[in-house]
Design a protein around this ligand. Structure first.
Ligand SMILES: O=c1ccn([C@H]2C[C@H](O)[C@@H](COP(=O)(O)OP(=O)(O)OP(=O)(O)O)O2)c(=O)[nH]1
Ligand SMILES: [Mg+2]
Length: 148
């Protein structure tokens, strides 16, 4: 499936997001920051990616963290998974937070997060007073046992 993508002027020298391997579910998003920036512990930053896209209706994109950054440095996507609506035409940006103990140096062009594309199911509410019974009923939040 083809999706329109616009490279923004501040990212002209950067490659488009890409699948790192043929079997990757997500494309890696690159940091289109000027030079570099430091993310201090417990601080969050809005990182530009230098691209805007036009999704066909019925598709959304999700911004997910990269496990390597999370494990090695405590860097993650604060609002994971970030939602990119099909009618959004602005720059895709990533809200990163540093949950590690050390300041993190982020450099231009580094892979900061990943983007996957998903089908969206739209529903219509059918208001009712009666929901059908089920084995679980109203139980949840650890009700099936185990450690929690
Ligand atoms: O990680 C993200 C999350 C969102 N967006 C952009 C695309 C998305 O379509 C738009 C709105 O996102 P969301 O619905 O999550 O934010 P909101 O706080 O509900 O804002 P709005 O009232 O604009 O919908 O912001 C990003 O670029 N990156
Ligand atoms: Mg919204």
């Amino acid at each position: 499936m083809k999706v329109k993508v616009k490279k923004l002027p501040h990212a002209e020298d950067l490659p488009l997001p890409f699948y790192a391997t043929p079997g990757s579910s997500c494309m890696d998003l690159l940091a289109a920051v000027e030079g570099s920036l430091v993310i201090e512990p417990l601080k969050r930053v809005l990182v530009p990616t230098g691209i805007a896209i036009e999704l066909p209706e019925g598709l959304e994109a999700q911004v997910r963290p990269r496990s390597g950054l999370a494990l090695k440095y405590g860097i993650t996507v604060l609002n994971a998974p970030g939602t990119i609506d099909s009618d959004y035409r602005g720059e895709i940006k990533v809200i990163l937070i540093n949950l590690g103990e050390e300041p993190f140096l982020l450099q231009r062009g580094e892979r900061i997060a990943q983007l996957c594309f998903c089908k969206v199911v739209k529903i219509e509410w059918e208001p009712t007073e009666n929901l059908s019974p089920s084995e679980r009923g109203e139980e949840g939040f650890g009700s099936t046992g185990g450690k929690v």
